[in-house]
Design a binder for this molecule. Structure first.
Ligand code: ADP
Ligand code: MG
Length: 310
């Protein structure tokens, strides 16, 4: 359904909305009246449009029983390390956004590559018997690395590469567009994993200075809504996003870094894991936030064959 089909949206209003980045029904349904007023719409019109977008998406309540049924469909994807899987409660869940954050070299991209391989494994081997989409914003996707990991997992490297759709995102708008595209492709190709590596790099680079922070957060908010609703929920898929850290001068003790994107990214990520380097190839993963798991830590290792227990 196009936004022009919504009640109260004519050609002129559709143009205005699209220009401001509200190009899908979901984006409008999840906007606030204030946000649409900023686009130049009146109170009544904004309310009407948002309501009709919400109606058309059947947004609202569902019974606890329906919810339980949906939860039963949740799949768990192995990372290759039993300890790391345990940290996630048995693997990385579908229907959720999992965020890996950490400094350069902490292993975020390595785990993303590994999942793109493992998602193709059969379910009894910890996979989801599905394909992967990899949105690369930092030009760090390496097919050679996938080949190494595929071989170690006993899979045909060529087949594995064929089942990963890779796109390079050139800026944050392009990245958001690719997420929409990913949702379409996922519908046709039994995609069970969508990676965004990195979620925040473009946003961080493009929106500098205090005045633009609100705009950045608003856009990130819309982006993450698409990831959750149109990918994780709609296709019962794993969404894995990586995030950098920045120095946080207000922290006096402990690790003086915090993830980019602040509240917005934190709020939308169902699982947040902080990665840091340890001795040699070892890495430490720290589960910071999860709806039903305790905060905990584990150690894993990055090897030529991929992610394994330390
Ligand atoms: P980031 O968190 O910045 O995405 P990466 O996931 O790219 O970090 O991790 C890079 C690290 O992964 C390298 O410093 C190296 O230690 C390790 N690594 C990369 N390739 C291999 C490999 N083939 N064998 C062993 N370790 C590797
Ligand atoms: Mg990386």
């Amino acid at each position: 359904m196009e936004i022009e089909e919504l009640e109260g949206v004519g050609k002129a209003i559709a143009e205005k909305l699209k220009e401001a980045g509200y190009s899908s029904i979901e984006a409008i349904a999840t906007a606030s009246i204030g946000q649409l007023k900023d686009v130049g719409l009146g109170d009544a019109v904004a309310t009407k449009i948002i309501n009709s977008a919400r109606d058309s998406l059947k947004m609202g309540f569902e019974s606890g029983l329906d919810f339980l049924e949906k939860r039963k469909q949740v799949g768990k994807l192995t990372t290759g390390s039993k300890e790391l899987d345990k940290l996630f409660g048995g693997g990385i869940e579908t229907q959720a956004i999992t965020e890996l954050f950490g400094k350069f070299g902490s292993g975020k991209t390595q785990i993303a590559h590994q999942l793109a391989v493992n998602v193709q494994l059969p379910k009894d081997k910890g996979g989801l018997n599905g394909n992967a989409i990899y949105i690369d914003t930092e030009n760090t996707f390496r097919p050679e690395r996938i080949q190494q990991m595929a071989e170690a997992a006993g899979l045909d490297p060529k087949k594995v590469l064929k089942n990963i759709q890779v796109a390079r995102a050139y800026n944050s708008d392009h990245q958001m567009l690719l997420a929409e595209k990913a949702s379409e492709i996922a519908g046709q190709n039994s995609v069970k994993l969508v990676v965004i590596d990195s979620l925040t790099a473009h946003f961080r680079a493009e929106y500098t200075g205090r005045g633009t922070l609100a705009d950045r957060q608003q856009k990130l908010n819309r982006h993450m809504h698409v990831l959750q609703r149109k990918i994780a929920d709609l296709h019962n898929a794993v969404v894995l996003v990586t995030n950098q850290v920045m120095a946080n001068p207000t922290i006096m003790f402990g690790d003086p870094t915090s993830p980019i994107g602040g509240n917005i990214v934190g709020h939308h990520s169902t699982f947040r894991v902080y990665l840091r380097k340890s001795k040699g190839n070892k890495r430490i993963a720290h589960l910071i936030d999860s709806p039903s798991l305790p905060e905990s830590e584990c150690v894993f290792e990055v090897t030529t064959g991929g992610i394994i227990d330390a």
